[in-house]
Design a protein around this ligand. Structure first.
Ligand code: ADE
Length: 422
């Protein structure tokens, strides 16, 4: 068996199902459709080798199709061991002929073998969700870094890692922080994570949220979205925050705000969205109620201290798909969804197509921008150029058929002046 077939899926039947789902998602991705139509004529990525480490979902497949239409020679790998949708991976390999090293539920070693398999393609552009391609290249394959024109990064966690690399002056090529584009985090992180986290929890549990005590840990854009959707479903939402401004905002948005121990003692559901480690940790586990549901919406499975949960439990077992029960010495049962990996993808299909349309249009256009800027950028973390961000917003509004106002010349002048008062 070749290395390619060991690390990936080539099943024809799965591929047929995946193709249907990719086409279904495409209908709600009008911005990417427009980029595709343009790129079929202009080929801005002609002969550029791209490796993309992304959650392998139907939306990602559509980004891959657009990059290929732009002329890129593209290889994909998974950005989380539990987020791959196998039918989509099969369709990418079999139908779209885009080599995709991914399958759901692989162990950590295989996960990194898949990343290395993608890096064997010697990419000139890296597209990341979590910065695993950038860090693996820098740490394990430094000889290859010189070939890289630049990279793009999808998520908050990845941008934090890249900024840390830039600060320590170890980052060796320019990377665009796609996450920080307005048309990314205001929509994907807030509405995308808000909806898809509820979707993942509901698919896994089929429990009622109305009337429940629902704790959201972290009130960044993702936490704000999750709390808003939980409130909308009738839950009594408690927010746990370390940042006083965000805590105040959470309070004025209509949530209760308190510390983790107090929240733990009352929670029916706890969802973490902080990007930090052990926010539900050793000291909180004794406070958790019998039957509590724990889930994580952050990028890595470190937010809930799972090793500590295992250490304190007398036994653990799978009680239904994506739900693990931990039996504690005092008889309490604590339930963990999707192994503490990002619940929207581990227990559901990930973000809705409409928001990934925005995020992935930024990804595609930023990759083309990096190619157009080849040799002119220093190794650093860059913003998505504001023209790209604004263009994405305008294209989406047009697709919705929404008109917006334009400033008159008088209004433009007024806003640029300082003399005029009352
Ligand atoms: N589907 C593809 N990429 C995703 C992401 N970053 N978050 C949620 N769903 C996705």
């Amino acid at each position: 068996m070749s290395q390619y077939s060991q690390l990936t899926l080539m099943d024809e039947e799965l591929a047929g199902k995946g193709k249907q789902r990719i086409e279904w998602a495409w209908r709600k991705m009008p911005v990417l459709q427009r980029v595709m139509r343009e790129w079929e004529k202009t080929h801005p990525l002609k002969d550029i080798r791209i490796a993309a480490c992304l959650h392998i979902s139907a939306k990602t497949a559509n980004l891959a199709r657009v990059l290929k239409a732009g002329g890129a020679s593209l290889v994909l790998c998974a950005s989380n061991p539990l987020s791959t949708q196998d039918d989509i991976a099969a369709a990418l390999n079999v139908v779209y002929e885009i080599p995709t090293y991914a399958r759901r539920g692989v162990d950590s070693e295989t996960y990194y073998r898949q990343i290395h398999a993608a890096l064997d393609s010697e990419p000139q552009i890296t597209i990341d969700d979590g910065a695993d391609l950038v860090t693996t290249l820098h740490e394990k394959r430094p000889a290859q870094v010189g070939q890289v024109i630049g990279g793009t990064e999808e998520t908050t966690t990845g941008v934090i890692r890249l900024r840390a690399m830039a600060k320590e002056r170890v980052l060796r090529y320019p990377v665009v922080a796609v996450n920080d584009a307005l048309t990314k985090h205001l929509f994907d992180n807030r509405y995308g994570t808000g909806q898809s986290t509820m979707d993942g929890i509901l698919r896994a549990t089929n429990y009622l949220l109305a009337g429940s005590v629902f704790v959201v840990v972290g009130y960044g854009w993702c936490g704000r979205g999750i709390a808003a959707r939980a409130r909308g479903l009738g839950a009594r939402v408690i927010v746990v925050e370390v940042n006083p401004f965000k805590a105040l905002e959470a309070l004025m948005d209509g949530n209760e705000v308190t510390d983790m121990k107090t929240a733990a003692a009352r929670a029916d559901f706890i969802v973490t969205a902080t990007g930090d480690i052990h926010v539900v940790g050793k000291e909180h586990i004794p406070y958790l109620k019998d039957g509590v549901i724990l889930a994580n919406a952050g990028h890595f499975n470190v937010e809930i201290d799972i090793p500590e949960l295992e250490a304190q439990a007398v036994s653990k077992r799978i009680v239904k798909d994506n739900v693990e029960e931990f039996l504690m010495p005092d008889g309490r049962r604590i339930f963990l969804l999707g192994e503490g990996r990002l619940v929207n993808l581990a227990c559901g299909e990930g973000h809705p197509c409409e928001v990934m349309d925005l995020s992935f249009a930024n990804q595609a256009l930023s990759a083309a921008w990096l190619v157009s800027m080849h040799g002119r950028l220093q190794p650093d973390v860059y913003k998505v150029p504001p023209e790209i961000d604004e263009r994405v917003a305008r294209m989406k509004l047009e697709a919705y058929g929404v008109k917006i106002e334009e400033l008159t010349e008088e209004q433009r002048r007024y806003l640029a002046s300082w003399e005029a008062g009352t």
